[in-house]
Ligand binder design. Structure first.
Ligand code: CP3
Length: 342
């Protein structure tokens, strides 16, 4: 049994004395100890070495006190395992030297054997579970097929993923073939993570909001739904779609246990659009962590009052920014722990 089960209770919609809190991208970036490891080992070495991935995963538990851990890894290990080369260029971010641009490129993409290509992730999960000693739950994750396609086709980060959209709209048959291969790989990958011991999984659709509501259904949601269908009877699934407020109704009826929302909608609108029953997770503006700690605490208390303490997981509306002072991240978490329902 996990000692701090607030997060798991919130996922089930059970009554809690206060909501649980964790932060997207909490493992890394803004933590000084992480930066020291970053000087010594490159990104994928950190991902592929279970001892390093474990050490980074537990850092925010010990240093910030979040109620859940998220495994240190990246959504782009999936395209890597599918025969698409991925580099992480310091100062640039993801870099794919041979992006997917044609139907022939899609044919060369494989649906890999998970143990063979991503066994190191399962080793990191098993080691992290031991290290956590049942103190807090461990979250596993994957990118949504659409978000992975964005990087696989664009070849790097982008403000609008124009090349990815062009590929989908000029070559929809090949795009759907690619999305299905990513979906099949992701389902096998998340099932392996569940077998290795994660307590919940989150699907990051970071770029779903780039699509119109109609295109979102066709190129993103359809595939996320397949993943939820395959996992929901085994483990709680959190679906996070940045900018995807227009799809909240559909998402709320998908079998997901919780929905992540960004900071562009009010708690009231998020509850309204999602039908008022499902657990919501979010939605503090990550830039608001630049505010002084006292102001952060005031705003977090207000956010909890607006969402309500039950069926709610306190989080940011997207990943924590790299230059947030550790004491500000701590103020965010402390405000939740000090919360008293009024
Ligand atoms: O939550 C956690 O801290 C767990 C680890 C985690 C990483 N990436 C580590 C990482 C998670 C959950 C991710 C998810 C991820 N990766 C997403 C979805 C969430 C989101 O932010 O939208 C996306 C889009 C990526 C792709 C990616 N990886 C980008 C765009 C970058 C470069 C920019 C950046 O974030 O610094 C990465 C690199 C990356 N992934 C780093 C970390 C800690 C920084 C690089 C490094 O440490 O060398």
């Amino acid at each position: 049994m996990i000692k701090n089960d607030l997060f798991l209770k919130a996922l089930k919609g059970e009554t809690v004395e206060r909501p649980p809190v964790w932060m997207m991208r909490q493992a890394g970036r803004y933590l000084p100890d992480f930066m020291k490891l970053k000087e010594k080992y490159d990104f994928f070495t950190r991902c592929r070495t279970p001892e390093l991935a474990t050490e980074i995963t537990v850092m925010p538990i010990h240093q910030i006190g979040t109620d859940a851990a998220i495994l240190f890894s990246d959504i782009l290990v999936i395209p890597q395992a599918m025969n698409i080369e991925v580099e992480m260029k310091p100062g640039v971010g993801p870099w794919l030297p041979n992006p997917i641009r044609t139907a022939k490129d899609v044919n060369n993409v494989i649906v890999p054997d998970i143990e063979e290509t991503l066994g190191y992730v399962m080793d990191a999960i098993k080691m992290t579970k031991q290290e956590l000693n049942n103190e807090v739950p461990l979250i596993g994750f994957a990118g949504s097929p659409w978000t992975i396609l964005c990087y696989a086709v664009q070849g790097q980060g982008s403000k609008n993923f124009d090349k990815a959209k062009k590929f989908c709209f000029t070559n929809p048959v090949a795009a759907h073939q690619l999305l299905q291969k990513i979906t099949d790989t992701t389902i096998a990958y998340l099932k392996a993570k569940v077998a290795a011991g994660v307590d919940a999984v989150q699907i990051f659709d970071s770029w779903g909001g780039m699509l119109s509501p109609v295109d979102y259904q066709e190129f993103s949601w359809k595939y996320i739904q397949q993943i939820i269908d395959a996992l929901k009877d085994e483990i709680p699934v959190i679906a996070f779609g940045k900018g995807c407020w227009f799809a909240l109704h559909e998402m709320a009826n998908s079998g997901a246990s919780a929905l992540g929302v960004d900071w562009t909608l009010s708690a009231r609108n998020a509850r309204y659009l999602s039908g008022g029953k499902i657990t919501l997770q979010g939605n503090f503006d990550p830039s608001r962590l630049y505010s002084p700690p006292a102001e952060i605490k005031r705003m977090v208390t207000q956010m909890i009052n607006e969402f309500g303490k039950d069926s709610y997981i306190v989080n940011l509306g997207h990943g924590i920014l790299p230059d947030i002072p550790v004491e500000n991240a701590k103020a965010f978490v402390d405000a939740v722990k000090e919360y008293k329902a009024n």
